[in-house]
Design a protein around this ligand. Structure first.
Ligand SMILES: NC(=O)c1ccc[n+]([C@@H]2O[C@H](COP(=O)([O-])OP(=O)(O)OC[C@H]3O[C@@H](n4cnc5c(N)ncnc54)[C@H](OP(=O)(O)O)[C@@H]3O)[C@@H](O)[C@H]2O)c1
Length: 249
């Protein structure tokens, strides 16, 4: 049994991944502040272990993952998907304030780091293979005006994954990838379209032209990526590039 742990699964990409994992028969531990995704059948509901939690509290997030993993069998492997995230503050750098930056960094960077710490700690003694997928963004790798908090946090996640892989060594028992998922039709995109900022036009156009992936298609692509034999060979990656690349490369 491979246990899957997913953060930020009440809606959007995370909810779509959880739905798909449950349909495939997996055990899933997941959290967000809101309720679990709706419309699950009885068998799926029984395999979903949901916790309503503010992941912006990194220590609470770490305690959650330790308990969630320790309580469930994961003899065949354990997978962590670091998906929860937020966009705001969307502001020029000169207008940034400490409170909004603190909330952003807690959710988008500190919490994924401590959730990973808890996940590694809780799975260490089982000797099981572990895969960690951090949901990054193209914004980690190029500057977007007024998105400095998001760019910095996602770039931080990329750096964290590199350091984790360097620390884990070549035996392959822990592999991590920070993966940009493409542009997806979720609440976060609605937030982007709703805020007056320099890149807004581009995202309005992508939406109007039907260029956004559905959460379901994006979830299927990311879960397919997680199962690649060569998972970890590109520690920072972009699903739009990876999709055309044969496995193992
Ligand atoms: N959509 C895109 O085009 C796009 C592009 C690149 C990267 N991404 C990344 O993809 C990931 C998923 O984004 P999405 O588009 O699916 O966004 P979304 O629809 O806004 O979903 C975000 C998820 O994170 C959870 N979350 C937010 N704040 C939280 C908190 N304080 N504590 C616990 N959970 C929290 C939300 O649940 P609650 O509100 O119920 O807590 C929700 O389940 C994010 O990391 C995002 O940066 C998205």
């Amino acid at each position: 049994m491979t246990l899957h742990v997913v953060t930020g699964a009440s809606r959007g990409l995370g909810a779509a991944m959880v739905r798909q994992l449950l349909r495939e028969g997996h055990e899933v531990a997941a959290a967000a502040r809101g309720p679990a995704p709706e419309g699950l059948d009885e068998a799926s509901s029984a395999r979903l272990h949901w916790t309503s939690l503010d992941l912006g509290d990194p220590e609470a997030a770490r305690r959650w993952v330790v308990q969630a993993v320790a309580a469930r069998p994961h003899a065949d492997g354990a997978v962590l998907v670091l998906n929860a995230g937020m966009l705001e503050p969307v502001l020029p750098v000169a207008s940034l304030d400490a409170a909004s930056l603190d909330a952003h960094m807690r959710l988008n960077l500190l919490s994924p780091m401590l959730v990973t710490a808890g996940f590694l700690q809780a799975t260490a003694s089982s000797g099981t293979p572990r895969r960690i997928l951090a949901v990054s963004s193209g914004a980690a790798r190029r500057g977007i005006p007024h998105w400095s908090a998001y760019c910095a946090a996602k770039a931080g996640l990329d750096g964290f994954v590199r350091a984790l892989n360097a620390e884990s060594g070549p035996d392959g028992s822990v592999r991590a990838v920070s993966l940009a998922p493409g542009v997806i039709d979720t609440a976060m995109q609605a937030v982007i379209r709703g805020i007056e900022a320099p890149q807004r036009e581009r995202f309005l156009r992508l939406h109007a032209d039907g260029q956004l992936a559905t959460p379901e298609d994006a979830a299927a692509a990311l879960l397919g990526y997680l199962r690649r034999n060569g998972f970890g060979s590109h520690e920072t990656d972009d699903i739009r590039i990876a999709i055309g690349r044969p496995d193992q490369e």
